[in-house]
Design a protein around this ligand. Structure first.
Ligand code: F6P
Length: 544
């Protein structure tokens, strides 16, 4: 089945033509109940989608498209543990990571939930020992610094969640996240740390990732240099998180100090697995479990809520509508929370590594748009940078605005008082983007005629607003699961494999091939003329 040859796709195309340039102003004017009706709730999240360029008919047709493309059937297959990642022949079961104890989720006839909880219990016990000071470093000092070394899904999740949940962290401990193979990353992360008090968590699903293994090797050398070279120190200062026990042992980490996960957890879906070990140490096991419960709540909603009230389904379909029928190329995620400063970076991997695909599941090139460019930074900072383009540029960029009713509890009263101003900005931006300011309104303010076009805001720029009472571990879990399943829905409609990432391979292979040319001036067979010249220039500038 080709998506763009379905009757539902054609119906949506026709509907898009029929809607023409109808403005959000008109849609609201014609329908006083729109704001109440176009709201969906899940857990603590209230999602207002009334400022999207849709009508009841659009939503009905999109739901039909979801029906005909088999979104619900694929969702059920995912939850059942079927191998829906067909190009890697793997199950996709991150939802099992947050299944409550006693649940049954089978992979090849084996219930994986007990193993998930066994690892969670080990993580909790280890985290408690580090947090209480019982786990000692090689010289007998307690651990005060935790450095997570990983990249992609083995970095972005824990690094993001640590920032989000800072108010819940043990402030006596220092956490750093090292990912870049640029030695400067590790250098800056450890330069002010005492090796005797530092624990490294080497997080890598495969334990073969060049960046991570290089950084872990350098971190081990730094540690040994600082502690007098006794190899026995490694066991007290290095633990691993991986699916690959053999490679962990090869690296020299005792597999007793390894926390396991499984090939049915994709890297970008893994921070609620053992990959979250640094986070468990930061916020404690109880808070981590609260976060998992938040994830699970949205999993259950996605699995069981009817299509009209199913939040991830709805958000996914809105993205399909904008990419397919409004030619939107990107999607902005704009949190009105300082703590969510790394949230969009996390979503970039989740969304773009999942849905940045150009062939369908059968391997044929697709002729419809797949995943958008996802971008954004915390709200008010963006307002003073790139929002100009959102308001008056030539591109349609749907955006999510995310905010919280209460500031975090630990803010002192004067700072907490700024929260209303922060949220006023969120509401104002959604309003300005949707409704704009007409030429007549500008003229009525007495603006000189030649400035009227410059000061007019066209509006009609779609936003979805997500509100929650406050930013807690559970709410973070809910938000992440919401986006995970949104990405799932879109991949299902677009008929792509959202769970592989072959597109990252070529660059890795070429980097390995080119490296000897940089270091030794080796001849690299088949190097193109441009790259060969760049390599020569690099060597010249480096004085080689
Ligand atoms: O290169 C992409 C990727 O494979 C991601 O999908 C993954 O999250 C990241 O690398 C890290 O991989 P690993 O956890 O195996 O080190």
């Amino acid at each position: 089945m080709r998506l763009d040859r379905t009757a539902e796709w054609s119906a949506l195309a026709k509907h898009r033509d029929d809607l023409g340039e109808v403005h959000l102003r008109e849609l609201f004017a014609a329908d006083p109940g729109r704001a109440e009706r176009y709201e969906v709730s899940v857990g603590d999240l209230r999602i207002d989608y009334s400022k999207n360029l849709v009508t009841d008919e659009t939503l009905r047709l999109l739901r039909e498209l979801a029906g005909t493309t088999g979104v619900a059937a694929l969702r059920d297959a995912m939850f059942r543990g079927e191998r829906i990642n067909t190009t890697e022949n793997r199950a996709v079961l991150h939802t099992a990571l947050r299944a409550p104890e006693g649940a049954v989720v089978e992979v090849e006839g084996e219930n994986v939930v007990p193993a998930v909880h066994a690892v969670l219990d080990r993580m909790a016990a280890f985290a408690d020992r580090v947090r209480s000071g019982e786990w000692k470093g090689h010289t007998g000092r307690r651990i005060r610094n935790v450095v997570n070394i990983g990249i992609g899904g083995s970095d972005l999740g824990p690094a993001m969640a640590y920032e989000v949940l800072r108010p819940f962290t043990d402030r006596e401990l220092t956490f750093r996240f090292v990912s870049n193979v640029d030695g400067a990353d590790l250098h800056e992360a450890v330069r002010d740390l005492d090796p005797a008090e530092t624990l490294f968590i080497v997080a890598s699903k495969t334990f073969t990732t060049l960046e991570t293994i290089s950084n872990a090797t350098s971190a081990r050398a730094w540690l040994l240099a600082g502690l007098g070279g006794d190899q026995a120190a490694v066991a007290r200062h290095f633990v691993a998180v991986s699916t690959n026990a053999e490679k962990v042992a090869e690296f020299g980490i005792d597999t007793e100090n390894m926390f396991e996960f499984w090939d049915w957890v994709g890297g970008r879906y893994s921070y609620d697995s053992a990959i979250g070990l640094s986070l468990v140490i930061a916020i404690g096991p109880e808070r981590f479990r609260e976060m998992l419960a938040g994830f699970h709540l949205v999993d259950e909603h996605f699995r069981t809520a009817p299509p009209e009230a199913n939040a991830p389904l709805l958000l996914g379909l809105l993205g399909v509508w904008y990419g397919g029928f409004h030619d939107a190329q990107s999607h902005a995620v704009l949190p009105y929370s300082h703590y969510l400063s790394r949230f969009t970076a996390y979503l970039q991997q989740l969304d773009m590594e999942s849905n940045g695909k150009r062939v369908n599941r059968a391997g044929e090139p697709v002729s419809w748009q797949t995943g958008p460019v996802v971008w954004g930074t915390p709200g008010t900072n963006g307002q003073h940078a790139y929002y100009q383009l959102l308001h008056q540029g030539t591109k349609l960029i749907p955006a999510d605005l995310i905010g919280f009713a209460r500031p975090v509890a630990e803010l002192e009263p004067t700072l907490a008082a700024q929260h209303d101003l922060l949220m006023a900005n969120l509401f104002a931006q959604g309003q300005a983007l949707a409704f704009g300011k007409t030429e007549d309104e500008v003229r009525a303010e007495g603006v000189a005629e030649e400035l009227v076009p410059h000061r007019t805001f066209p509006g009609d720029r779609p936003t979805t607003t997500i509100l929650a009472p406050e930013l807690t571990p559970s709410v973070l879990g809910q938000l992440v699961a919401l986006y995970e399943h949104k990405v799932f829905v879109q991949g299902a409609v677009w008929d792509i494999d959202s769970f592989d990432q072959w597109g990252v391979e070529l660059g890795k292979v070429l980097a390995k091939r080119v490296e000897p040319a940089l270091t030794e001036g080796a001849e690299v067979p088949g190097l193109d003329a441009s790259t060969a010249r760049l390599v020569a220039t690099y060597r010249e500038l480096r004085g080689r």
